[in-house]
Ligand binder design. Structure first.
Ligand code: ASP
Ligand code: MG
Length: 426
């Protein structure tokens, strides 16, 4: 990402998600929050980023589906970008009504340029001069999240669902904001999904790296790519609820910071889950490296994303290989593998969709041993079979039958949270 001139005054980015601007009363409430921030920090610049009003992007998507079987991505972007156009205009009006010098900006005006991948574009640069001029005049830019403009064609693009987070963090990075506040409808980042486990607790702090893993492993509070930007450009993030009053550690707000700033490196920070993968099993395949290479080559040629892999030898010359792919690519992956059955000399190819990936994430795993053993022990005690395992330096992911998802999350959370606290107290 390029930025032209550095802004030297302190500055914050305040991003408000769809539910925060879900109706006109809420938009007025958001305007009050911004006024309050300005009154408390009169010398600090404010850049606001907003999502479309709650439900609007879904509504627009379903309109498109009524008009075309497979709507052209370029036209989808023109359509979807309209959601954010409404909310920036309304919020700018509400702020002006409160005496602030606010101005709405769509992506071409804020010069947020992207590549040409319609509906899933990536930001390539922001020329922030227009925003800086308004900031220098004590004004408040209200920028449409989620949208961009393609550098080559000049067409409107969008950044993928949940992409307003990316706009906010990218702006915070190029403007060197001291912090990027992500206002949402939950109090912050939780140790696990509160809907699955009543003991989930609000985390006061997590590192960028942990957040990146948690976001990609199922914690939906932040867009994965926004966390990647935050980590890469060292932007501190604060996730907090618009509806729970001010930032108050322990009650409202999670700080997402660099590892050096963590007060405590927890062994396990979070237990997450995902239900959007399918498992494909290729059984009785010829056990030679050429067949294995061929299997992954045909999938790679079609851009199939592979997450977990396991293999099990049956005798000396046969092997069963299992792999997981995103749900939306699973039909295609199955077809590709079925077409290669002869070359692979496999007996059968089957697919299973009722699976769940449950992960434990924590930076402390880098420094301590024994986490895997505790994971396997509690799952065994609960009678939960593990289908596959995948690890990195700071996470352990296991694939289980979907019916065990909730139980796996609960027992793992209990093991690493309740037990950890009991140990500290005892
Ligand atoms: N409005 C877009 C969506 O619903 C972007 C966002 O809210 O972040 O996905
Ligand atoms: Mg969101």
């Amino acid at each position: 990402m390029r930025s032209d001139v550095l802004v030297t005054c302190p500055l914050v980015v305040m991003k408000f998600g769809g539910t925060s601007v879900g109706d006109v009363d809420r938009i007025n409430r958001v305007a009050d929050i911004i006024v309050e921030h300005r009154v408390r920090n009169p010398n600090e610049g404010i850049v606001v980023v907003v999502s479309a009003m709650a439900g609007e992007t879904n509504r627009l998507t379903s309109l498109a589906k009524h008009c075309a079987n497979s709507p052209a991505p370029r036209e989808m972007d023109v359509l979807l970008a309209s959601g954010e156009q409404v909310s920036v205009a309304l919020l700018a009006m509400a702020l002006q009504d409160r005496g602030l010098k606010a101005r709405s900006y769509l992506a071409p005006q804020a010069r947020i340029s992207t590549n040409d991948r319609h509906t899933n574009a990536q930001i390539e640069g922001i020329e922030s001069q227009a925003l800086k001029s308004l900031l220098a005049d004590n004004g408040i830019p209200v920028v449409a999240g989620f949208q961009g403009i393609c550098v080559d064609s000049g067409d409107i693009t969008t950044l993928g669902r949940g992409g307003s987070d990316i706009t906010a963090v990218a702006l915070a990075a190029v403007l060197h904001a001291r912090v990027c506040f992500i206002y949402t409808d939950v109090a912050g980042v939780f140790s696990t999904d509160p809907r699955l486990c009543k003991d989930a607790r609000l985390l006061p702090q997590v590192s960028h790296e942990e957040m990146l893993e948690m976001a990609s492993l199922g914690a939906k509070v932040l867009h994965t790519r926004s966390v990647y930007f935050a980590m890469r450009y060292k932007v501190p993030l604060v996730v907090l609820s618009t509806f729970l009053g001010a930032l108050q550690p322990g009650r409202n707000g999670t700080f997402v910071v660099s590892e050096e700033e963590l007060m405590e490196k927890a062994l396990v920070t979070g237990v997450t889950h995902r239900l959007d993968e399918a498992q494909i099993a290729v059984s009785g395949m010829k056990a030679d490296i050429k067949s294995l290479a061929h299997l992954f080559e045909v999938l790679a040629e079609e851009d199939i994303y592979i997450d977990m892999i396991s293999q099990e030898f049956i005798g000396d010359d046969e092997v069963n290989v299992s792999l997981t792919v995103p749900d939306e690519q699973s039909e295609r992956a199955l077809e590709i593998i079925r077409n290669s059955v002869e070359t692979l000399r496999a007996n059968a190819v089957t697919i299973q969709r009722d699976i769940a990936k449950v992960s434990v994430v924590g930076i402390g795993m880098r420094y301590h041993t024994g986490v895997a053993s505790r994971v396997f022990k509690v799952l065994a005690r609960a009678g939960i079979d593990i289908k596959m395992v995948n690890t990195s330096e700071i996470k352990i992911s296991i694939m289980v039958a979907r019916k065990y998802c909730k139980m796996a999350v609960s027992v793992l959370h209990e093991e690493f949270f309740t037990v950890e606290v009991a140990k500290q107290v005892g």
